[in-house]
Structure formats: C-alpha cells, structure tokens
Write a protein that binds this ligand. Structure first.
Ligand SMILES: NC(=O)c1ccc[n+]([C@@H]2O[C@H](COP(=O)([O-])OP(=O)(O)OC[C@H]3O[C@@H](n4cnc5c(N)ncnc54)[C@H](O)[C@@H]3O)[C@@H](O)[C@H]2O)c1
Length: 366
C-alpha cells in the first residue's frame, strides 16, 4: 500500500485528498492518505478526519513517514517542500505554479528532475482539449491560422477561493497570468508549439500591487499563425472559472466553451458538427457530491459514499487503466438565433455586505 503525504490542506489539498480517497475506495489505486501537514494545524486535522491518515506537526515528520508527497501549499511554500522531498528521493506531485519567481521555479524544476514527479497542469488531460489536439495534429482541416482564448474567473480571494495569499505578489508571484493562465499557456504550447514572439499588456485594476487582473497576450508562430489570450479576474461571482477556445484552421473553426467535457464544435463548409465529450464510465466523479447546504471537500464520509457509487466493474479493477474516450459525433445545424437568458439580479461586489462566503459550492475549476 503506497503511503501518501499531503502538505498544504487548503482548497486544492482537500480536493486531492478527496480524489485520492475515491480512487482508493473504488479499487483504482493501492494507496492511502497516510499523513497531512499544514501550517494551520486545524486544516491538516480536518482533512485527516475526513479523508484518512493523521495530522503531523512538521514537514519533516510528514516526509519521514510516506512514500509519495502531494505538495498543495500556497505557491510560495512549494519550493521548500519540493527540495526536502527530492532530498529524500520521494516522488512528488506539486501544484502549479512551481514558485512565485522564475529563479525559484528553476530551482524547484532542478530538484524535481531528480525524482519521479508531476505538476498540476491539468488541461492537457481535459477530454475536449485532447480531442482538439488530436484533430489539429491530424491536419484534417489544414494548418491553424488564428487562435483566440478567453479565460475568466472572479478575483479568487473570495467565494470558494477564499484565500488571502492570492492578493500578495510575494506569495502568489502575480495575478491571473501565473495563477490561472499558466494553464492556458500550457494548452496553447501543447496545441500550437512554441511561439516565436510574445507581446503582452497587463493591468492591476483592483489595487493589489503586482497582482494583475487583466492581461492580453499576442503570440506569433512560425509560418504566420497567431494566438491571442485574454485573461481576466472580475467580480462576477456567479461565473465560475471559465474558458473559451477558438482555433481557426484553414478549413474549419474548432471551438469550445467548456474546458473539460466540451462539447467541441467543428464548423466547416458543410455545416456545424458538435462532438459531445463523455466522462469515461468507471472514472471517479469530478464534482463533489451535494449534501444538504454547501457541499465541501470535507463532506462527511456517509454522504460522500451515497452519491458517488461507481459501476461494479470499476470497483473490481485493481489499478488505473487508460481508456480511449468514446466520442459521440452528432451533426446538426444550429438555429440562427439562440434564445436569450433573462438577466439575473446584481450580485454583491467584493467587500460589500451580502457577498457569499462560498460561491455555489462547485468544485474548483483549474
Ligand atoms: N491545478 C489546479 O487547477 C489548481 C487549482 C487551485 C489551486 N492550485 C494551486 O494549489 C496551491 C494551493 O492553492 P489553494 O487554492 O489550495 O490555496 P489555499 O489557501 O486554500 O490552501 C493553501 C494551504 O497551504 C497552507 N500552507 C501555506 N504554506 C505552507 C507550508 N509552508 N507548509 C504547509 N502548509 C502551508 C495554508 O495554511 C493553506 O491551508 C497554489 O499554488 C495554487 O496555485 C492549483
């Protein structure tokens, strides 16, 4: 049984603890959460109570008793834990970004090179982007000409991202670009390769020094292809993290409004094809089950079990099996005008009375 140690038991640490527990309980991995550590002891204890293991009082104690470490502290805490784990030869999962500055990232990367490791850049595993990647790589619709990406999220020091460190440049490294659009740059590099030039403009309009919340980038590629990325942190609390990606190839426009299952839209001279992504049967659920009130990563065990049953075949399997996702292709024509949704009531702004402590209780999107 592989013993996993979790350093950093906040939002994403709890998500990982929950996911690991689901994988283990359903027989998909032979691993257990053995120890948790957080500089806020109460958080470590809460995660251990809900997802297994025991809370320990220091990073050293954590690393001494585990086979693998998950590093989910805020960004400025990653390097110390990465270096200590690599020193002991322990495999590491480290959340993105590796560190707040380029120098520190390079130090972390050098340490990680010495051990098996993975960094939490998740979008390459998203079915819709994977399908887009396959189509672009096949050349079926010609070369990519122009790519447009929009990434938006409410300023993540509120709602489900109730963290203060994301407004501190020394702890986070910056704003929407490093904290959120690091995922977008990863996907763009993966889909289109490395650009030959990049230009950007940024602004920090909410008054947090060094924390840009508006960014526009233009990336130019060999052969004349371009990509633009607009990344924004706003105060629209009803919008969870969301992305739109459009890739104009020579013979088709590929686009999606959802960064996980899609659907992927493919518009050609023949019309519009909509490719629905399906969650693989047997995969653990990606959303927290809803209990009464606000769902949370630390929902009590009974409530979690009752709403996250996996098919028996999945429960019987002894390990993770990679499967090719089945894609359902449905060709249809879109109506000229889509029905308009009525405008909702104005939500309280950042710092105003009535702003919700948690927003919608949804699982965080990367
Ligand atoms: N891959 C993704 O999609 C994704 C999503 C969310 C967050 N993240 C990343 O995960 C990290 C954590 O984000 P979060 O939302 O969970 O933040 P959070 O504020 O909810 O949790 C961070 C936790 O780390 C603890 N901590 C800080 N320094 C520590 C240290 N030296 N040792 C032990 N514990 C320490 C804090 O007490 C806190 O409990 C960040 O780097 C963030 O960028 C990645």
């Amino acid at each position: 049984m592989m013993r996993i140690g979790l350093a950093g038991c906040g939002l994403i640490g709890s998500v990982h603890a929950y996911a690991l527990q689901q994988l283990a309980e359903n027989g998909l991995v032979e691993a257990e959460l053995a120890s948790t550590f957080d500089t806020d002891r109460e958080r470590a204890e809460r995660v251990a109570r809900s997802h297994g293991g025991r809370a320990v009082g220091s990073l050293d104690e954590l690393l001494d008793g585990v086979d693998v470490v998950w590093i989910c502290t805020w960004t400025a805490g990653h390097l110390e834990a990465v270096e200590a784990a690599a020193e002991r030869g322990l495999p590491v999962f480290c959340e993105k970004p590796l560190a707040p500055t380029l120098d520190l990232c390079e130090r972390a990367a050098a340490a990680l090179e010495r051990v098996p490791h993975q960094v939490g850049l998740v979008l390459r595993w998203s079915p819709v982007f994977a399908e887009m990647g396959r189509i672009i790589e096949s050349g079926r619709y010609g070369r990519p000409l122009a790519t447009i990406m929009r990434d938006d999220q409410y300023f993540p020091i509120q709602g489900m991202y109730g963290s203060t460190w994301r407004a501190e440049a020394s702890l986070a490294g910056g704003g929407t670009l490093i904290e959120h659009s690091i995922h977008d740059i990863d996907v763009l590099r993966w889909l289109l390769g490395d650009p030959v030039s990049v230009s950007a403009s940024t602004a920090a309009t909410f008054g947090h020094a060094g924390i840009e919340n508006v960014a526009a980038l233009t990336l130019a590629y060999e052969g004349g292809s371009t990509a633009t990325l607009v990344s924004v942190w706003h105060q629209i609390l009803s919008r969870e993290s969301s992305r739109r990606l459009e890739v104009f190839c020579e013979d088709a426009l590929l686009f999606t409004e959802d960064d996980y299952l899609g659907p992927l839209h493919i518009q050609t001279s023949d019309g519009l094809e909509i490719v629905e992504g399906r969650r693989p049967s047997g995969s653990p659920p990606s959303r927290f089950p809803r209990s009464s009130g606000t769902p949370s990563p630390t929902t009590p065990r009974r409530a979690r079990r009752s709403s996250t049953t996996l098919p028996p075949a999945a429960a019987r399997r002894g390990g993770i099996r990679r499967r090719r996702r089945p894609w359902q292709h449905t060709a249809w024509w879109m109506p000229r005008t889509a029905p308009r949704r009525p405008a909702g009531p104005r939500l309280p702004m950042l710092g105003e009375p009535g702003a919700p402590a948690r927003c919608g209780g949804r699982v965080p999107r990367c």
